[in-house]
Design a protein around this ligand. Structure first.
Ligand code: PLP
Length: 426
C-alpha cells in the first residue's frame, strides 16, 4: 500500500514505468508469455515462481490495474473479473461449497439476489436473507457450523440503504467468518470498508469506477486481515489443493491466500477473465474517479434538496439528506459523500411517474446507473412492469418511485430539466 492520498492513488498507483518505457499503461494484448527455460515454466505451474503464464489467469495490463484498486481499497491484492456478477460469485464460491450457507442482506442488488437465491442454490449453496434492522439475536439464529460469510452492500442498489459495516464485521468475526462488502456505489473514494473491519471487498466496476458506461467489469479485493487458519473452518484454504500438487494456500501465500486461490484455482477453472483492453479502459475511468464522484455527489445532493421541497414529490430517498433514516450511518461511513443515485416518489402514482419520465429531455431513460450522464428509470414501468401496484408495494417499490442517477453535467441544466418535466405534467 502506498502512503499517498486517495486522489493521488487514483492517478498514480499500480503502474510505474521503468527507464524509457511508455508513460501510459500499455495494453498487453497477448494471451501468452515466453519463457527461455521449461523449468521456469514448470515452476509457474506449481505456483513456486511468479510470472504470467496465460491471460485467462493473469496479464500485465490487468495486473497493474488490480494493484491500483488494491491500493485504493487498502488491500493486499485484487483480481479483476469480466463483470460484477462474476466478482460476487467468485468472492463467495472461493470459500463456500455445496452444503454450505451464507448470510446476506435483503436490500442488495437484484442481480445478486438472483445469483445467490436461485443459481447458487442450484449448486447447493444457500443464501439466508436478513433484513438490515433485525437484532443480532435474530441473525445469530440463522448461523450454523456451515455458515461461511456475511455479505452486504455499502450503499444498496437501488434501495440506497447504508450498511452498518462495523456491526456486521463484529458479528461475522464472532463466528469466525469474513465479512464481504460490495462497495460499488460508494467507491473507495467515499468509503473503504476495510477500515471498518470488512475482510473482502467487491465492485461492479461497470458503475462509477469506469464511469462512462463503456465496459462491464468487476473486481475482488482481499484485505489480507482475515485469519483463515485461526478460524479453523476453511479447508479449501488451509488444506492441500490436489489441483496444484497439494499446495496449501495459507502456508504458501500467507495473508494473500484468499485472493491467490481465487485466481489460480477459480479463475483458472471458471475463466471469467476480463480482456486487457477492457481493463485499460477501466483504468482510464479510475484516473478521474475522485473528481467525478465528488461532482456526482454534489449534483445529487442539490437535486435531492430540490426534490424534497417540491410539492409534487411525496418522498425522497438519499442517504446524505438529514431526513434520511440512515443519516447517522451515512455520517459514520460516508462523511465526505455517498453517491449520485437518488430515488423519489412522485405524487400521482404509476401514470404520473411515466409522464414525468417521458417529459425529461436531458435525463435519459436507460437501465444503467452511475455513469457521467444523468439518467432516469421508473421501475414500475420497466424492470418491475409485470407486477401489480399491490405486488410492487410488497417488494418495497412504490408505483410512483423514480430512480435518478445524477450525472456530472451542469447542475442548473439538470434541475431545469426536472423543473420543466414537472411543469409539463401539472
Ligand atoms: C451492477 C451491480 C452489480 C453487477 O455488476 P455487473 O457489472 O453488471 O455484472 C453488482 N452489485 C452492484 C451493487 C451493482 O450495482
Amino acid at each position: 500500500m502506498s502512503d499517498h492520498k486517495i486522489e493521488t492513488k487514483c492517478i498514480q498507483s499500480g503502474y510505474e514505468p521503468g527507464n524509457g518505457e511508455p508513460r501510459v499503461l500499455p495494453i498487453y494484448q497477448s494471451t501468452t508469455y515466453r519463457y527461455t527455460s521449461g523449468e521456469h515454466l514448470a515452476k509457474l505451474f506449481d505456483l513456486e515462481a511468479s510470472g504470467h503464464m496465460y491471460t485467462r489467469i493473469s496479464n500485465p495490463t490487468v495486473d497493474a490495474v488490480e494493484n491500483k484498486i488494491a491500493d485504493l481499497e487498502g488491500g493486499v491484492g485484487a483480481m479483476c473479473t469480466s463483470s460484477g456478477q462474476a466478482a460476487n460469485f467468485i468472492a463467495i464460491f472461493n470459500i463456500a461449497s455445496a452444503g454450505d450457507n451464507f448470510l446476506c442482506l435483503t436490500s442488495i442488488y437484484g442481480g445478486s439476489v438472483n445469483l445467490f437465491g436461485v443459481t447458487m442454490k442450484r449448486m447447493g449453496i444457500e443464501a439466508r436473507f436478513i433484513t438490515p434492522d433485525v437484532p443480532d439475536e435474530e441473525i445469530e439464529k440463522l448461523i450454523d457450523d456451515r455458515t461461511r460469510c456475511i455479505f452486504g452492500e455499502t450503499i444498496a442498489n437501488p434501495a440506497l440503504k447504508v450498511f452498518d459495516i462495523e456491526r456486521y464485521a463484529n458479528l461475522a468475526h464472532k463466528y469466525n467468518m469474513p465479512l464481504i462488502v460490495d462497495n460499488t456505489f460508494a467507491t473507495p473514494v467515499f468509503c473503504r470498508p476495510f477500515e471498518f473491519g470488512a475482510d473482502i471487498v467487491t465492485h461492479s466496476t461497470t458503475k462509477y469506477m469506469d464511469g462512462q458506461a463503456t465496459v462491464v467489469g468487476g473486481v475482488i479485493v482481499d484485505s489480507g486481515n482475515f485469519d483463515w487458519e485461526a478460524a479453523g473452518k476453511y479447508p479449501e484454504l488451509t488444506e492441500p489443493d490436489d489441483s496444484y500438487h497439494g499446495v496449501v494456500y495459507t502456508k504458501q501465500f500467507g495473508n494473500a491466500a484468499y485472493i491467490t486461490k481465487a485466481r489460480t484455482q477459480l479463475m483458472r477453472d471458471l475463466g471469467a477473465t476480463p480482456q486487457p483492453l477492457a481493463v485499460f479502459l477501466l483504468n482510464q475511468g479510475l484516473g478521474s474517479l475522485h473528481v467525478r464522484v465528488e461532482r456526482h455527489f454534489k449534483n445529487a445532493m442539490a437535486v435531492a434538496e430540490y426534490l424534497e421541497k417540491h410539492d409534487m414529490v411525496e418522498s425522497v430517498s438519499f442517504p446524505s439528506l438529514p431526513s434520511s433514516p440512515d443519516y447517522e450511518l451515512t455520517k459514520k461511513y460516508l462523511p465526505n459523500g455517498s453517491c449520485g443515485v437518488i430515488s423519489f416518489v412522485i405524487k400521482g402514482g404509476r401514470e404520473t411517474a411515466m409522464k414525468f419520465m417521458d417529459s425529461l429531455e436531458l435525463a435519459e431513460i436507460v437501465v444503467h446507473v452511475a455513469d457521467a450522464r444523468t439518467s432516469v428509470l421508473h421501475p414500475a414501468s420497466t424492470t418491475h412492469r409485470q407486477l401489480t401496484d399491490e405486488q410492487l408495494i410488497d417488494c418495497g417499490i412504490s408505483p410512483g418511485l423514480i430512480r435518478f442517477s445524477v450525472g456530472i453535467e451542469n447542475i442548473d441544466d439538470i434541475i431545469a430539466d426536472i423543473d420543466k418535466a414537472f411543469s409539463k405534467i401539472k
